[in-house]
Design a protein around this ligand. Structure first.
Ligand SMILES: Cc1cc2nc3c(=O)[nH]c(=O)nc-3n(C[C@H](O)[C@H](O)[C@H](O)COP(=O)(O)O)c2cc1C
Length: 186
């Protein structure tokens, strides 16, 4: 009887730990590019390690299930996030992120929008309530633009991707960023 009880307790503990350590990737995407990038990231991290969610389809509780979170948005004009993030952000800022780590990524088009490149990423960072738990900064090297609100202290606040003018660079960038996340997540 005792053995049975302690064994099932252990099993529960292991299962809880497994869910907590899984990464929740949440994206908002209007034309599918951010979704595509989020899927690539999930593949690189491993499907057993990361779940994928469209931000327009989830309840806030879903976010709270994960200890490690990735949020991805595209950019739509100066300072605008993708529409579904715009709709969800007021809910997100009310959530309790204590004990969690969060990484951000953003898509943009530096050639067409060099004055607001990846601004959705910048706004997501700006609106996020606890900057101290944000991980996954990314270097500015290899991009050409003249302003991005996603830039802070000589780095991007998360991974910046450009499927329009630098589509061939995305796979390698995602791979390298995933390595950073694996080190920095808890
Ligand atoms: C009307 C419009 C406005 C855009 N504004 C910006 C912008 O200000 N900055 C930027 O970097 N990209 C901008 N983009 C580019 C998108 O962010 C880019 O195409 C992105 O890959 C779209 O991702 P999604 O399909 O996941 O929404 C804009 C695109 C459109 C069509």
């Amino acid at each position: 009887m005792f053995d049975f009880l302690s064994q099932s307790k252990d099993t529960i503990l292991i299962e809880t730990e497994t869910i907590m350590k899984k990464i929740g990737i949440f994206y908002g995407s209007s034309m599918g590019q951010t979704r595509k990038a989020a899927k690539k990231l999930q593949t690189v991290l491993g499907k057993d390690n990361a779940d994928l969610h469209d931000i327009k389809e989830i309840k806030p509780e879903t976010i709270l299930k994960y200890k490690n979170l990735v949020f991805g948005t595209s950019a739509w004009g100066v300072g605008d996030m993708q529409d579904d993030w715009e709709a969800f952000i007021d809910t997100l800022v009310e959530l309790d992120f204590t004990g969690k780590k969060v990484a951000l990524f953003g898509l943009g088009d530096q050639k067409e929008y060099p004055g607001s490149f990846a601004d959705g990423l910048g706004t997501l960072y700006c609106r996020f309530p606890d900057k101290s738990i944000i991980i996954g900064e990314w270097p500015l090297d290899g991009y050409t633009y003249y302003f991005s609100s996603a830039e802070k202290d000589g780095k991007f606040v998360g991974l910046a991707l450009d499927e329009e003018s630098q589509p061939r660079k995305s796979a390698e960038r995602i791979k390298k960023w995933a390595e950073i996340l694996k080190r920095e997540f808890i």
